[in-house]
Write a protein that binds this ligand. Sequence first.
Ligand code: ZN
Length: 352
Amino acid sequence: MGEISLFGVPVRFHFTFLFLIAFLVAAGIGSGEAGMAGDALFVIALFLCVLLHELGHALTAKRYGIRTLEIVMYPIGGVARLEKQAEPRPELIIAIAGPMVNFVIAGLLIGLMSAVKIDKAAEDVVRRIAVANIYLAVFNLLPAFPMDGGRILRAAVAMRRGEQVATRIAAQIGRGLAVLMAIYGILAGQIFLILIALLVFLAATQEGAVSEGRALTAGLPVRSAMITEFHTLPHGSTLRDAAKLLIATTQQDFPVMHGDQVVGLLDRVSFVRGMAAEGPEAYVSAVMDRAFVSLDPNRDLSESMQDMAAAGACALVMEEGRLLGLLTRENISEFLMIRKLGITPEPAATSV
Ligand SMILES: [Zn+2]
């Protein structure tokens, strides 16, 4: 869907956001005396209120010097994706700011209705918008990720017991709540509720994993998780040579070298694509990825996770143009497993 930008924050609408509107219309909140025009006004107002909710998060985060990468609008209220996680106290305030916006909107609308005399149809629409805002605020205060309540809960626990314990507790409560929601949804025949329960369950699980990964990698440099024993391909190699290495090693991504300079990365995707398009006699330099992601070996591993997401399966670890190692998804998960077992791998030496 299209993209807009508010206060320098890009806003995307996730297609599932449409479910929320469908639910509100089906639940009768969206059908009133004002007819079609009133319904349209109601839906547009609701979009704006959810957006203001997210801006509440984004602008509060900004006060703590945290940038918002984007706002994605989901059916359960949208998500303001911050560049990094805040400390517990700011996180608590940032999380509360969203629902507060909806309470304030509801309060203002109710105040408006009692202060100004408007005709009945208009008053009906205003009342529905006010009620929907209270729904949004209360729903988002449920103590489960990705709702704000989940974040408030985690931040509150983190202030006393540390982030890792807090995230585990919050993720468990989120999953428990999702199961209860699903059971109720099944008993009450509310398909929408079952759908939300599924989303909440997945989000709680993901949030738990992401946060655990962050805790296990924080304070450790990229070099401590990189692969240091690997094969490279000279830029004059053919895809047939690459195929031999692919079979003979467990490696799937090969840096392509010109002397001791890296000129590209031949990953599995570009290998398969090259084989299909050009055949085994094509040179690797013709099909390799020249826009590979390179990481500084001394950078914090937890901060490099975002670059890894952009890199895909493999990033190159380089220092002053020199190739030191590879960082792959697979290796990171092995690294996390070893960290979980209580071992901190020694950072690899700089010299190769
Ligand atoms: Zn929120």
